[in-house]
Design a protein around this ligand. Structure first.
Ligand code: 5GP
Ligand code: MN
Length: 319
């Protein structure tokens, strides 16, 4: 019996038309992983495209990436041999790109989320111990012996650097560093990625961060810290939703907390929640109660209701 990785490689070698896609609101790992697969497949002589569901916006911090293969979901060709879903295995997370997967002859999933959540894919290459989907993509490109150019290496490095919290989180293994060494040999320049991703916020971001931090609340008994980002915060600073991606990392540093949550207002009484934990609390379970998911230590969800009511439900889970 061949492994799922070998089966995925066989399917990609035989394919003429390949579409890769990540989850809606793609982060560095999702975007880097889809661009790496589509770029390597193009170089291998395939017709290959990357896409993701609406809103079709690439965060400006990722503008150094080669997005030459990126197409809006509606512009993706009708006939597709293989769809490659990266960084999720949940149909809901594909949004308006889901019909593309449904019309592909074969669907490969390359992911590092807990597989209990998944409902997609004919060939599942899922390793929940991998630090990033980009790590799984790297293994596949190595199996295929497809060239890792500087552009592809930069895309993979982006996925690894962002999903490991700059080589800090628990899944940062020796393999992660070995892969990273290969990516640097292929031409990645770490400060280019680091400065774009982490050190290029517009000045008003400082005031938005200040507002969110000043609203932070600590529940000492539950060892739970949380805050809220309001739409007005962003509007008054002329910032976009995706400009606020790093805020959860500011909140989680409180040493009195084991679990941190940022609720970003996305509609009337509607919030996108980001959860982080250190230690023994599985935040993917808490996210799951709102229909979301993720990893043991990092998860997300969308919930309706007031911020206070959402926080009360999380606090009850932590009791
Ligand atoms: P973030 O808080 O950075 O948006 O997401 C943290 C982790 O949770 C990521 O691995 C992300 O893929 C996952 N995640 C975030 N939002 C959702 C969601 O609504 N549903 C599911 N299933 N996973 C999510
Ligand atoms: Mn990821």
């Amino acid at each position: 019996m061949s492994t799922p990785l070998e089966q995925a490689a066989t399917a990609l070698r035989a394919a003429n038309t390949i579409v890769t896609m990540g989850h809606i609101g793609p982060d560095g790992d999702s975007l880097g992983s889809m661009l790496a697969v589509a770029g390597a497949a193009t170089n291998a002589g395939k017709k290959a495209y990357a896409t993701f569901g609406e809103p079709f916006v690439v965060g400006k911090q990722f503008r150094y990436l080669d997005t030459g293969t990126l197409l809006r979901p509606l512009d993706v060709p009708e006939e597709i041999d293989v769809a490659v879903v990266v960084d999720t295995s949940v149909a809901d997370r594909l949004g308006s790109a889901l019909p593309i997967v449904e019309r592909a002859k074969t669907v490969i999933v390359l992911d590092h989320h807990l597989s209990r959540d998944g409902n997609l894919g004919d060939i599942l290459v899922v390793d929940s111990s991998a630090a990033a989907a980009a790590q799984v993509v790297y293994r596949l490109l190595a199996e295929l012996d497809w060239e890792i150019t500087t552009e592809i290496a930069t895309a993979l490095y982006t996925g690894i650097v962002t999903d490991t919290g700059r080589f800090q989180y628990g899944a940062t293994s020796a393999e992660v560093h070995q892969i990273t060494a290969h990516l640097l040999e292929a031409g990645v320049v770490p400060p280019v990625v680091g400065q774009h991703v982490y050190e290029e916020s517009p000045f008003p971001y400082l005031h938005v961060a200040g507002a969110v931090l000043s609203r932070a609340h600590l529940d000492e008994d539950a060892r739970f810290v949380w805050s809220v980002l309001l739409r007005d915060d962003l509007a008054s600073a002329s910032l976009k939703y995706e400009d606020a991606d790093g805020l959860i990392d500011l909140i989680r540093v409180a040493e009195e907390s084991d679990v941190a949550c940022l609720l970003r207002e996305i509609g009337d009484d509607k919030f996108k929640g980001s959860l982080r934990s250190r230690g023994r609390v599985d935040v993917s379970q808490i996210a799951g109660r709102f229909g979301g998911g993720g990893h043991f230590n990092a998860a997300g969800f969308i919930a309706e209701g007031s911020a206070e009511s959402i926080v009360a439900q999380i606090t009850a889970d932590l009791a």
